[in-house]
Design a protein around this ligand. Structure first.
Ligand code: IPM
Ligand code: MG
Length: 368
């Protein structure tokens, strides 16, 4: 039996509710794939500030570094939005852990489950069949650039968007390699008509393209990309972009998949990766058994595929989610007019439904 160490960072808001089910999904699928897990729970974000004064305590970073993978819930609390003068914020913990673990690539698959076509606010015929893989640069750009701060009497503020060639190159390579295994089209998104950092971005991507002659590269300005994404999402396959553009475009793209509550993500770099839903901490529904645990459960599938080298377990988890949706079960965020009211589930019931289905799939396989 392989002993696998997972660091669980529930974080804030609905984070604990959803990671609880991510942990159970891993344990359940793991049972059928010779994997046993040790889960270590550590603090990050608002929860960490309350307990230690720091958004990323050293113990958390150390534990992550010593783990095989990290499962993260969500970070953020309205307290800080109401008090913008506060210097210490939960999000700093998230940015620091990304940087601390060297996670320069944030991979966000926009995968549409056919059963959820009606949950999207977009037209069925536009979105059906969409399958996009985003590569968002995660440890550079305007999120980290120096200098940043305030001038004069506080009435002038500035941030710096900065990219080094190697930062563009390493994530671009990942995107090119992914494109080679998919439709061999790569859309690179920038704002090269205005920003110097984007001109460098474009140059580097263009230069690299000669090493991947089988991949067609299309450069797009971010404003156009935002429009094209809604107009005709199926034209995209692999999309490569910087930190902030990627943040914005993936939230937009989530609506193609029906709900932010469905999307998983992997942040990877050199060693241990973080696997997390792309949704936030949703303080308005925290603790009410309303959160959709599926994005976190799907994140554990990504973890199996990309972090633990256990694709069969990952496949089983995705299959279970698909089956649960096919059977008509929904959390509130993904229901529509046709949903059978008796199949509208809370967080716990949806989580349990997935576990039961994992068992059912495993038993079918054993019988077959
Ligand atoms: C995300 C989030 C974070 C980001 C926030 C919480 C700092 O929106 O992971 O997309 O902007 O990267
Ligand atoms: Mg975001």
């Amino acid at each position: 039996m392989k002993e696998i160490n997972i660091c669980v960072l529930a974080g804030d808001g609905i984070g604990k509710e959803v990671t609880d089910w991510g942990v159970k999904a891993l344990e359940t699928a793991g049972k059928y794939h010779n994997m046993t897990f040790n889960f270590h729970h550590e603090l990050l974000g608002h929860a960490a500030i309350q307990a230690t004064g720091k958004p990323l305590p050293e113990a958390t970073l150390e534990r992550c570094k010593a783990s095989d993978a990290v499962l993260l819930g969500a970070i953020g609390d309205p307290h800080y939005d109401l008090n913008p003068h506060l210097k210490v914020r939960p999000e700093q913990g998230l940015l620091a852990i990304r940087k601390g673990l060297g996670l320069y690539a944030n991979i966000r698959p926009i995968l549409l489950f056919d059963e959820l076509l009606d949950a999207s606010s977009l037209k069925k015929e536009i979105i059906q069949g969409t399958d996009i893989l985003f590569f968002r640069e995660l440890t550079g750009g305007i999120y980290f650039g120096q200098p940043r701060g305030r001038k004069e009497d506080g009435t002038i503020a500035f941030d710096t968007k900065i990219y080094a060639k190697y930062e563009v190159e390493r994530i671009a390579r990942m995107a090119f390699e992914a494109a080679q295994t998919r439709k061999k089209i790569l859309h690179s998104v920038d704002k090269a008509n205005v920003l110097e950092s984007s001109r460098l971005w474009r140059e580097v991507v263009q230069e690299l393209s000669s090493e991947y002659p089988d991949v067609e590269v299309i450069h797009l300005f971010v404003d156009n990309a935002a429009m094209q994404l809604i107009k005709n999402p199926k034209q995209f396959d692999v999309v490569l972009t910087g930190n902030m553009f990627g943040d914005i475009l993936t939230d937009e793209a989530s609506q193609i998949a029906g709900s932010l509550g469905m999307l998983a993500s992997a942040s990877i770099g050199n060693e241990v990766g973080i696997f997390e839903p792309i949704h936030g901490s949703a303080p308005d529904i925290a603790g009410q058994n309303l959160a959709n645990p599926l994005a976190t459960i799907l994140s554990t599938a990504l973890m199996c595929n990309r972090g633990l080298n256990a694709p069969a377990a990952g496949k089983m988890i995705v299959e279970a989610v698909d089956k649960v949706l096919k059977e008509g079960y929904r959390t509130k965020d993904i229901m529509d007019k046709s949903t059978d009211p008796s199949k509208i589930l809370g967080t716990r019931e949806m989580g349990q439904q997935v576990l039961d289905t994992i068992h059912a799939i495993a038993n079918e396989k054993i019988m077959a």
